[in-house]
Design a protein around this ligand. Structure first.
Ligand code: MEV
Length: 424
């Protein structure tokens, strides 16, 4: 395990944090500035990314600490507007450290492309005619992207299905494409479009849609960790977390929020690294309902010492090449900070963050409730607004103590009082 432990970032100024992150990761000045400057998305670049651009909206990028993933210390860039998420992930990661941190892995990065064929006279026979030409179809697919084949990816298999719809039977041809380090949508869509004429001649039907599916069941990321019983707050909290997990498994209303908490972490890393957050979200929720009932993406049990064992499995179609991951300077810097060499590594990290995020939420809900942490941050923000300087911030928060309702007026009064005592 690397010994480059980095802690206490939350107590430092932003400038100091930048220096700590830079020296931890070995990023160059230019790379760290791409995030720190908050101006790396130029007008010109933005105008080339989407249409009718009139500006950009900024979202803070925080760094989650304490993560040990597959024996390596990691700092995790997270882009998110919601307070407490980064702190919660860091806190959960701390509780996994004594037991070796997170153990992550990901399957081959295989995406599925669907070709929809309608108006087929003999759908079952047609599906078999397609299968018997699999080799030729895959060769045509691969001719569209020789570079991908050269690096070990490409179309590797195909399957067919006949589905019943409100407009009659349809034949589906489903391509499996190893997208290596790209998310893969462009590659897969191009392949699906290129084979359409051949599919029409084999089936005698009409090809309609040719598109990737975001239910990426062949591109799964997994992670597990043991969370320390005492650090969690003892046996009762562990039992409370297991009850919370059982609640989510049994009830879709709770489970939606439970999985939303998981996606707080995963989407934040996806956004920071320039990935397609909607594709990952859609795939995750659909995967959670794959057996007809909406379930938790995480699982929990107790080990023989009463520690909590958590695991997660979901599709994560995230890349480190192509799209915004390659064009947005801040996204490139975030990938650099993660020190990942493959999309699979990134997916494993994202799964670990999702697990940590979920554990943190369940722990807070089962113990003190979710509001305490939120109130602390809220109080901190109000104190800054009321003019508290870093040297008096801790004292302001201490004086507020465990107030349940923190108002701006109350905070401002305390700030004023402390300042006048210090100045007298
Ligand atoms: C808030 O963004 C996420 C939580 O509601 C998740 C959960 O309830 O498990 C705290």
């Amino acid at each position: 395990m690397s010994n480059k432990i980095i802690g206490g970032l939350y107590r430092q100024t932003m400038d100091k944090r930048k220096d700590a992150v830079k020296s931890f990761s070995g990023m160059s000045d230019e790379e760290i500035e791409a995030i720190y400057s908050m101006t790396s998305l130029s007008r010109d670049l933005a105008d080339r990314m989407i249409e009718n651009v009139i500006g950009a909206i900024q979202v803070p990028v925080g760094v989650a600490t304490n993560f040990v993933i597959n024996g390596e210390e990691k700092l995790i860039p997270m882009a998110i507007e919601e307070p407490s998420v980064v702190a919660a992930a860091s806190n959960a990661a701390r509780m996994a450290r004594p037991h070796g941190g997170f153990h992550a892995q990901a399957t081959r990065p295989i995406m599925i492309g669907q070709v929809q064929v309608v108006g087929v006279q003999d759908p079952y026979a047609a599906a078999q005619r397609v299968l018997s030409e699999s080799q030729k179809i895959l060769e045509i697919c691969n001719s569209t992207n020789p570079t991908l084949v050269k690096v070990g990816g490409g179309a590797i298999d195909l399957d067919t299905r006949v589905i019943e719809t409100i407009r009659g039977k349809m034949v589906l041809v489903e391509l499996e494409v190893d997208c290596r380090d790209a998310m893969g949508a462009n590659t897969v869509n191009t392949m699906a479009e290129t084979i359409a004429p051949l599919i029409e001649s084999l089936t005698g039907g009409r090809v309609r849609l040719r598109i990737i599916t975001n239910l990426a069941v062949k591109r799964l990321a997994r992670s597990w960790a043991i969370f320390d019983r005492e650090m969690l707050g003892g046996e009762d909290v562990v039992e409370g977390i297991l009850d919370a997990y059982a609640f989510a498994e049994a009830d879709p209303y709770r489970c939606t929020t439970h999985n939303k908490g998981i996606m707080n972490g995963i989407t934040a890393v996806a956004l920071a690294t320039g990935n397609d957050t909607r594709a990952i979200e859609a795939g995750a929720h659909s995967y959670a309902a794959r057996d007809g009932r909406y379930r938790s993406l995480t699982k929990y049990s107790k080990d023989s010492n009463g520690n909590l064992v958590g695991s997660i499995e979901l599709p994560i179609a995230a890349g480190i090449l192509g799209g915004a991951t390659s064009t947005h300077p801040a996204a490139k810097a975030a990938i650099r900070l993660l020190q990942v060499k493959t999309a699979q590594e990134l997916a494993g990290i994202m799964a670990s963050v999702g697990l940590a995020q979920n554990l943190a939420a369940l722990r807070a809900l089962a113990a003190e409730g979710i509001n305490k942490g939120h109130m602390k941050l809220h109080a901190r923000n109000l104190a800054m607004l009321a003019g508290a300087t870093p040297d008096i911030l801790d004292e302001v928060l201490k004086r507020l103590g465990s107030e349940h309702r923190v108002t701006y007026d109350k905070v401002a009064e305390i700030v004023k009082e402390i300042k006048s005592i210090r100045n007298s």
